[in-house]
Design a binder for this molecule. Structure first.
Ligand code: NAP
Length: 330
């Protein structure tokens, strides 16, 4: 394809971003990847890194693992049972055939169980193997409100408290082995919700999409706090939203949305591309503390009323730390 002038390419990207549907759908991926001439993942500098991916047995996590393995990474799949770990290894091997340069292994954690998150961190800390990238991908939207055994609303625990605990426990290792990075998969759904610390765990009448979007908004706010507090140790903190991709999670939790948007949904690799890109790109290309979509930093707000001030971000940090039972330190 002939190269278009950069201002024109930027204008197309901006127009798609403003439209939401074009940006989030497969159209956004297809137009941007072609117009901008995205580099193949295998050509990025971080291909030999060791990357942990949560929720690696399904949807975007599985696609991320597959793409990273194809590019040459050492991928630690974090799943919820040995059966899922073995099955994921088998599927990756069948899918990739000889088209694999990296190596996969798995470990276990359930983010709805903080003891199991601590146990995973203990194993990783006891292991001398380098960890370059931690990807918090696991997530779910639930029909009903329920509390975990730790006494927290489960959407909030799985997306916010569990990942906060794992990052906190691994912080000394990530700082020691820097440059390293932590990538969290948020959702464009968070654009609809303001951060309200007192309601991030969804008390009152439970609405699945609202609870989910609040948790995803909290991930974006925390990323900025992580990078402000610990970016100086050589750890990059990035958040990425994948747009709309057809995954088992979307099929199960949003059947109406899936029916409405079916033909324009991304496939899982299109949704996961920027997750893998953030894991493999040169740290200087990424800066720190940004929200990404389709390989570019994006605004964290689409409407003014979702903005919050520094004291609200501080309050969230304190609240999540208390719920996770930890004060992060290197
Ligand atoms: N697909 C999209 O269009 C889209 C859009 C925006 C954001 N996202 C985000 O992308 C991420 C992946 O979603 P997906 O669409 O790929 O969904 P998915 O196919 O349902 O995959 C979700 C993964 O998370 C894991 N998981 C769920 N609860 C967990 C827990 N308590 N502990 C550990 N792992 C757990 C699941 O494991 P099990 O198989 O054991 O349940 C599964 O591996 C999520 O954070 C989601 O919010 C997706």
């Amino acid at each position: 394809m002939p190269t278009l002038p950069t201002p024109l390419v930027r204008a197309v990207d901006t127009a798609m971003e403003a439209s939401v549907v074009l940006s989030f759908s497969r159209i956004g991926y297809e137009v941007r990847s072609r117009l901008e001439g995205w580099r193949p993942l295998e050509d990025l500098p971080g291909t030999g890194q060791r990357v942990l991916v949560t929720g690696a047995n399904s949807g975007l996590g599985y696609a991320t693992a597959r793409m990273l393995l194809r590019a040459g990474a050492q991928v630690l799949l974090v799943v919820r049972s040995e059966a899922k770990g073995e099955d994921t290894l088998d599927r990756l091997s069948a899918d990739l055939g000889r088209d694999v340069r990296g190596e996969a292994s798995y470990d276990l954690a359930d983010l709805a169980d903080l003891a199991s998150v601590r146990a995973l961190a203990d194993r990783l800390l006891a292991d001398d193997t380098h960890l370059d990238v931690l990807i918090h991908n696991a997530g779910a939207m639930f029909e009903e409100r329920a509390e975990t055994g730790d006494g927290l609303e489960r959407t909030y625990q799985i997306h916010v408290v569990g990942p906060f605990l794992l990052t906190s426990l691994l912080l000394p290792k990530l700082a020691k082995e820097a440059p390293t990075r932590v990538i969290t998969v948020t959702s464009g759904g968070m654009y609809a919700e303001k951060l309200v610390t007192a309601r991030v765990d969804s008390p009152g009448r439970f609405k699945p999409t609202v609870s989910y979007a609040r948790a995803k908004r909290a991930q974006v706010t925390l990323k900025r706090e992580w990078s402000r507090r610990f970016g100086g140790y050589g750890i990059g903190f990035h958040v990425v939203h994948p747009g709309w991709a057809l995954t088992p999670g979307v099929e199960a939790s949003l059947p109406g949305f899936r029916k409405l948007t079916g033909p324009i949904l991304r496939d899982p690799e299109q949704g996961a591309d920027s997750i893998a890109y953030l894991a493999l790109a040169h740290p200087e290309e990424l800066g720190n503390g940004r929200l990404w979509h389709d390989r570019r930093p994006r605004s964290e707000h689409k409407v003014p009323w979702t903005r919050h001030d520094a004291s609200e971000a501080d309050a969230l940090w304190e609240r999540v730390g208390a719920d996770a039972g930890i004060e992060p330190t290197v």
